[in-house]
Design a protein around this ligand. Sequence first.
Ligand code: HEC
Length: 114
Amino acid sequence: MRSVIAFAVVLVLALTAAPALLRADDAAPDAAKVEKGTQVYAAQKCSMCHAIAGKGNSKNPLDDVGSKLSIDQIKSYVTNPKGAKADSKMKAYPTLAAEDLDALATYLSTLKKQ
Ligand code: HEC
């Protein structure tokens, strides 16, 4: 009986650790995806309202957004800003292709002030 419990404990630990290992991707996003994200950012003209590294509209800098929001939070912000902030002034981008949105959010998540 005791060994059954021990086995169950090991199984639960293994199952809870697995997603953390799969998420290792977020820690080091691949360079191609980040590069694509910079292109989506430019193509969507986010810099009309946002600045990154001093370029663009300095009212809303995104230089530290990666410390503040996760990739998933950035994705929901971009597709539905009012869902994240009820009085948001931001334009919504509900029709971005999933791949573009993913690259864009991955890129923004790398922006962190030291
Ligand atoms: C019309 C102006 C406008 C455009 C265009 C715009 N934004 Fe925004 N965005 C804002 C404003 C203003 C805020 C600050 C809070 C709010 O009103 O939602 C914001 C907030 C954000 C945030 C949350 C920042 C934080 O610190 O919480 C993210 C992420 C973001 N924008 C990404 C983007 C991306 C990516 C694009 C291009 C696809 C974009 N925005 C285009 C105006 C804009």
